[in-house]
Design a protein around this ligand. Structure first.
Ligand code: NAI
Length: 396
C-alpha cells in the first residue's frame, strides 16, 4: 500500500516501514562511525523498540557487539493497516543484526506482566545464560498490576496548584496558554504505579531469582529533570513523583544486588521528541526553544547521540561512574548548561505564534516527530507501494 502520515492529536496513526528502517540504519551508521565501545556483551532492553530504548539496543549491538534481547509492546501490521513504528523499527533492527552476525531476539508483549517476565527469563537462560546490562526504558500510560490486577493510569498534572503557562500545538504552530488543574492524591499514586520503580525492581528480583545476572552486572533506568520553566508540570508534578520513586528504587535494587557486585543507576537524559514526550503539555514549546539554542551552539543531540555518550563517556570508561550528589548519572549536562537555559528563559518570554518560527525550532520538532513514524526521510519514495505486512525475524 501507499502509506501517508495520518495525524490525530499528538500521535500519528500510520507508520512507514521503509522510513523506520532508514531511521534504524542511520542510528547504526552513527554508532559505527563513533568507534567501538568496550561495553556489555549480553544485554536486555525493556522498552527496546523506540526512543532511548531503541538507541540503547543499537548502541549495545553495533557499538559493543552485544547479543541483545529486546522487550516492547507494539502493534503488528494487518493486511491494509500499518504496524506501530516500534514494530517496523524492530523488524529493521533484527534484519541488520542478522546481517552483522549478531544475536538478537525480541519479545512483544506487556513487560509489566509476569508472563512476559517469565518468557524473557526463560529465553535468557536458554540462549545467553546471564545478562550483564539491563536497560529499563519503558514509557507507558497504563499498567495492569501483576499482583493486584488493578489497572493504573498515569496522568500529567501539577501538584497543589493550577499551572498556567504557554504551550504550542506543534502541528499548527499556534502558541496558546493552557491551565492544568492540580491532581488528586490517587492520581499521584497511579502515576507512580505506572512510571515509578516498582516494575523495574520486579524485573531485577526475577532476574536475580533465576540466577540470570552476571557478576558486576549493571542496570540503568532513564529519568528527566529539566528546567524550572517546566518544573510544575514535570519534575514537581505527578510524573516527577514517579521519577523520584524510580530514582529511590535504584538504591533499593543496588542493595539487593550487592552480593553480585552489581549496581542499579538512573541516567538523567535530555528532553527529546519521542512519542512519550510529545504528549506532555508545555514540553513541545520548551523542546522547540531548546533545539534552536542547542543547534546554534553545536551541541544538539538526539537519542542515539545521547546514548552513545552515556555508554562511552559514563558507563564504560573503565573508571568509576560519575554521578551527581543524588547518585544519578547526568547526560542532560549540555541541556542544563547555564548559557543554554538562560537563552531559553529569554526566548520563552518572547514566544508567540508569530515569533516562534524565528526564535524556536518548530521545523526541527516537526521533522523529528515525522521521523518517529518513518516519514520525512530523504531518499525514500513515499509515493511507492510498500509491503506493510512485515514479519519480524527473531520474534519469540
Ligand atoms: P518511547 O515512547 O519512545 O518508548 C517507550 C518504549 O516502551 C517502547 O519501546 C514501547 O514499546 C515500550 N513499552 C511501553 N509500554 C510497554 C509495556 N506495557 N510493555 C512493554 N513495553 C512497553 O519513550 P522514551 O521517550 O524513549 O522514554 C523512555 C524512558 O526515557 C522513559 O522512562 C522516559 O521518562 C525517559 N526519558 C525520556 C525523555 C524524553 O524527552 N523523551 C527525557 C529523559 C528521560
Amino acid at each position: 500500500m501507499v502509506i501517508e502520515p495520518r495525524m490525530r492529536g499528538f500521535i500519528c496513526l500510520t507508520s512507514h516501514p521503509k522510513g523506520c528502517e532508514k531511521n534504524v540504519i542511520n542510528q547504526i551508521e552513527y554508532i559505527k562511525s563513533k568507534g567501538s565501545i568496550d561495553g556489555p556483551k549480553n544485554v536486555l532492553v525493556i522498552g527496546a523498540s523506540t526512543g532511548f530504548g531503541l538507541a540503547s539496543r543499537i548502541t549495545s549491538a553495533f557499538g559493543s557487539n552485544a547479543s541483545t534481547i529486546g522487550v516492547f509492546f507494539e502493534k503488528p501490521p494487518q493486511e491494509g493497516k500499518t504496524a506501530s513504528p516500534g514494530w517496523y523499527n524492530s523488524v529493521a533492527f533484527q534484519e541488520q543484526a542478522k546481517k552483522a552476525g549478531l544475536y538478537a531476539k525480541s519479545i512483544n508483549g506487556d513487560a509489566f506482566s509476569d508472563e512476559i517476565k517469565n518468557k524473557t527469563i526463560a529465553l535468557i537462560k536458554a540462549d545467553l545464560g546471564k545478562i550483564d546490562l539491563v536497560i529499563y526504558s519503558l514509557a507507558s500510560p497504563v499498567r495492569v498490576h501483576p499482583v493486584t490486577g488493578v489497572t493504573h493510569r498515569s496522568i500529567l498534572k501539577p501538584i497543589g496548584n493550577t499551572y498556567t503557562n504557554k504551550t504550542v500545538d506543534f502541528h499548527t504552530g499556534i502558541v496558546s496558554t493552557i491551565s492544568i488543574d492540580p491532581c488528586s492524591e490517587e492520581e499521584i499514586n497511579n502515576t507512580v504505579a505506572v512510571m515509578g520503580g516498582e516494575d523495574w525492581e520486579m524485573w531485577m528480583d526475577a532476574l536475580v531469582k533465576a540466577d540470570a545476572l552476571s557478576n558486576d552486572a549493571m542496570t540503568v533506568a532513564y529519568s528527566y529533570i529539566g528546567p524550572s520553566l517546566t518544573e510544575a508540570v514535570y519534575r514537581k508534578g505527578t510524573i516527577g513523583k514517579a521519577k523520584d520513586h524510580l530514582e529511590a528504587t535504584a538504591f533499593k535494587i543496588s542493595d539487593k544486588l550487592k552480593s553480585l557486585n552489581a549496581k542499579a543507576y538512573v541516567s538523567v537524559n535530555k528532553a527529546l521528541v519521542t512519542q512519550a514526550s510529545s504528549a506532555i503539555p508545555v514540553i513541545p514549546l520548551y523542546i522547540s526553544l531548546l533545539y534552536k539554542t542547542m543547534k546554534e551552539k553545536g551541541i544538539h543531540e538526539g537519542c542515539i547521540e545521547q546514548i552513545q555518550r552515556l555508554f562511552k563517556e559514563r558507563l564504560y570508561t573503565g573508571n568509576p561512574i560519575p554521578t551527581d550528589d543524588k547518585g544519578r548519572i547526568r547526560i542532560d549536562d549540555w541541556e542544563m548548561r547555564e548559557d543554554v537555559q538562560s537563552k531559553i528563559a529569554e526566548t520563552w518570554l518572547l514566544a508567540e505564534t508569530e515569533t516562534l518560527p524565528e526564535i524556536g525550532d518548530l521545523q526541527g520538532y516537526k521533522a523529528d516527530f515525522l521521523n518517529l513514524f518513518g516519514f520525512g526521510f530523504p531518499g525514500i519514495n513515499y509515493e511507492e507501494d510498500v509491503n506493510e505486512n512485515l514479519e519480524m525475524e527473531g520474534l519469540q
